[in-house]
Write a protein that binds this ligand. Structure first.
Ligand code: ADP
Ligand code: C5P
Ligand code: MG
Length: 187
């Protein structure tokens, strides 16, 4: 069975999780956050990847795709019959993209890339006020996450842009305004 996939990208704190939760509620799309899946795997008793994932999260670097793609694929298999998946925070770099393409080509129909664009200073202050107790929502990790975003993730968005797959929505506005534009892409 070929699943519809929408990639959701944007800087840390741009509102990916917030918007995906709303799409999941209103459309039959399942929200899969790569970061959430990695955090769950980090916590899982007996996981052989806990320490490695923790190191990457603290340093704002990207976990090797073999781990992340497997977590995504397992979550998709577990979800059953849905309209599609919102793959949030992935592909984050060239390694993510190549590993996904090698594993998932033919198994998924990539609809588009939702790019939530937002000035970095706003994103950082949102992360510092997120209040979810994340170990990487501190000034030092955030600086590193922004460097990774600019050097590795933004080029992936540009790559998708070249093939006309990117739908940009400016997300520095109130959530309801952002979401009103996002809804048009799913209706
Ligand atoms: P991401 O998943 O992209 O890192 P989140 O959805 O977790 O971002 O949002 C980061 C923080 O910013 C959260 O506290 C969230 O409530 C808040 N937030 C998200 N979108 C907006 C918005 N449009 N305006 C103001 N705050 C927002
Ligand atoms: O998207 P989120 O902010 O939850 O990601 C948190 C961290 O999880 C990233 O900074 C990175 O260390 C890790 N991550 C990753 N590969 C992804 C998504 C997230 O390594 N594709
Ligand atoms: Mg998130």
């Amino acid at each position: 069975m070929v699943h519809n996939v929408v990639f959701v990208l944007g800087p840390p704190g741009s509102g990916k999780g917030t918007i995906c939760a709303k799409i999941q509620e209103d459309f039959n799309y399942i929200h899969l956050s790569a970061g959430d899946l990695l955090r769950a795997e980090r916590q899982r008793e007996g996981s052989e990847f806990g320490a490695l994932i923790e190191g990457h999260i603290t340093n704002g670097t990207i976990v090797p795709v073999e781990i992340t793609c497997k977590l995504l694929e397992n979550a998709m298999k577990a979800a059953g019959d849905v309209r599609g998946f919102l793959v949030d925070g992935f592909p984050r770099n060239q390694n993510n993209l190549e590993g996904w393409n090698a594993e998932m080509t033919g198994k998924v129909d990539e609809k588009f890339v939702l790019y939530l664009s937002c000035p970095v200073d706003i994103c950082i202050s949102r992360c510092l006020n997120r209040g979810q107790g994340r170990t990487d929502d501190n000034e030092e990790s955030l600086k590193k996450r922004v460097v990774t975003y600019n050097s590795q993730t933004f080029p992936i968005i540009e790559h998708f842009e070249k093939s006309g797959q990117v739908r940009e929505v400016k997300s520095e506005r109130p959530v309801e305004e952002v979401y009103a534009d996002v809804v048009k892409l799913f209706s």
